[in-house]
Design a protein around this ligand. Sequence first.
Ligand SMILES: Cc1ncc(COP(=O)(O)O)c(C=O)c1O
Length: 365
Amino acid sequence: MSLPAPNPWIAAITPYEPGRARLASGRTPIKLSANENPHGPSPAAIAMIRAHAHGIHRYPDGAATSLRAKIGFVHALEPDRIVCGTGSDELLQLLPLIYCRRGDSVVHVRHGFMVYPIAARRAGAEPIAAPDRDYVADVDSILAAVRADTRIVFLANPNNPTGTMISRAEVRRLHAGLRSDIILVIDQAYAEYCDAPDPDGGLELARTMPNVVVTRTFSKIYGLGGLRVGWATGPAAIVAELNRVRAPFPIASVSLAAAEAALADQEWVARCREANARERARLVAAIEALAPQGLGAVPSAANFVLMTCPETGPLAAETLKAGFEADGILVRHLPKQGLPHGLRITVGTAEENDQAIASLRRQAG
Ligand SMILES: Cc1ncc(COP(=O)(O)O)c(C=O)c1O
């Protein structure tokens, strides 16, 4: 008897592992494992969700017309060149399906976001990991990894899980070094944590170049990870293809309404950005104070810090992670991403960080 068999390129996918949300003890954890905004969304977004409950028997606007108009206004972009998705994840996944043939390749940075190799494989394409340098994307190495069959280069800037960022000049140099038939996808999921509105010039490139797409999300600083709203902008031709294949109703009506309200409250966003910078500095200082014991903090432009740990002893990543958990704190260990010696810690509230720092000091003895 023969059984249903998946396509071999689908069977080759290692499924995405989300940051853990539960402690073995069942206690409510301090969750510093998924790069969420610990302050949550703007109160205006929560009020909008409540107010919107009466309308949920109607299908949402699949084209997200009103939200796109507001995103266009905030970022000085043409709404027609914006497409919204079920998180930016949906859009990142669709691009290889649209542009790669089986056997083509997709390039991403070695210590990068886990979704890129999954998205490549879903399309039957081969993901190629370009080595980074000191956890920072290396433009020369990305360009060297590009092959004749490369269709897409993914760059998260700031990058997850390292938190590092490359400059506007480096992003331009990367784009200038790519063939014009390769799409450069600049994933700006954490861009709002930077001070400038378009910190690496990605939006400018997406506005002016025929092969650059920028993705953004409401899951990070906007605090709406549970509602699944993301967007992309780029050339009209690419946006048209994304619209051709996206889900007909990718975003729930409540999510659309909440995202609009969250976008309108830029004061909340600015407060979260400032709190993050302040708390991140405190977390980094606490880690760096333990440099003599082998801990290090990779410079971060985002809402998390990659802590590097010694290979053995009480401060080895796996032991430290278990120690954090014993103190009720969830962090992210990423051995499958080539970081067996790294722990990624999301910047929490001041109180959460106090506890994380206390746990770290306790474990350091
Ligand atoms: C670099 C990067 N891009 C995209 C996303 C996904 O965001 P979304 O919730 O919009 O799918 C994440 C989430 O962790 C991320 O780290």
